[in-house]
Design a protein around this ligand. Structure first.
Ligand code: GTP
Ligand code: MG
Length: 195
């Protein structure tokens, strides 16, 4: 998909702030610093619309990006970032949980993991949480550019096994650096737009 029009409609924390539009939504989930914002930027081919940093914890609200009047990407703060207080973590949990469990427009969660490593306990918990609520998942294993091609399949298998991956979900190997997997990810998203 060629994207011309992108707008950050709102950075929301609570339900009353979510946009009123009825467009399908795709929320990002993943460890802090794993590459969620970079994924969005690659998909829409903007260098830095969704904010990226070396420092984990950059994204702190639910950021609703409207794409071509067709869908929203909802950038979500990462989990597993140790340097936040317990209170902040609870607030985070509530914000994400409320959104994921109550938002009718949510068509799928794009869960991002790092293809280089075995998924963390937090990754496993997030996937289990999504499956418990029967949310379709597009699992994106990113940073493929950081390991040799000869390891891709083997690492993908470790990711699937560790998550007890549901074969009816989509699995995409990806790189925000090279654009690998971009078409496949758009394909998975398009297929879920009308569901
Ligand atoms: P939070 O908002 O803090 O949760 O982080 P995030 O998941 O949005 O991660 P972000 O997109 O900000 O990326 C974190 C770091 O990883 C940045 O330095 C990115 O440039 C880098 N990065 C993300 N994706 C890739 C990738 O596919 N390949 C490489 N080589 N680097 C990547
Ligand atoms: Mg981010």
């Amino acid at each position: 998909m060629k994207v011309n029009q992108v707008e950050l409609v709102i950075s929301a924390v609570w339900v009353e702030q979510y946009p009123d539009e009825q467009l399908p939504e795709f929320a990002l989930a993943g460890r802090s610093n794993v590459g969620k914002s970079s994924f969005i930027n690659k998909m829409i081919q903007r260098k830095s619309l969704a904010r990226i940093s070396q420092k984990p914890g950059k994204t702190q609200t639910l950021n609703f990006y409207r794409i071509e009047n067709q869908l929203f990407f909802v950038d979500v703060p990462g989990y597993g970032f140790a340097k936040v207080s317990k209170k902040e973590r609870e607030k985070w949990g509530e914000m994400i949980e409320t959104y994921i469990t109550s938002r009718e427009q949510l068509r799928a969660v794009v869960q991002i993991v790092d293809l280089r490593h075995k998924p963390t306990n937090d990754d496993v918990m997030m996937y289990e949480f999504l499956k418990y609520y029967q949310i379709p998942v597009i699992l994106v294993a990113t940073k493929a550019d950081k390991i040799p091609r000869s390891k891709w399949q083997k690492n993908a298998k470790v990711v699937r096994e560790t998550l007890d991956f549901d074969p009816t979900d989509d699995f995409v190997m990806f790189s925000s650096e090279t654009g690998m997997g971009r078409d496949e990810a758009w394909h998975a998203i398009s297929a879920k737009m009308d569901q």
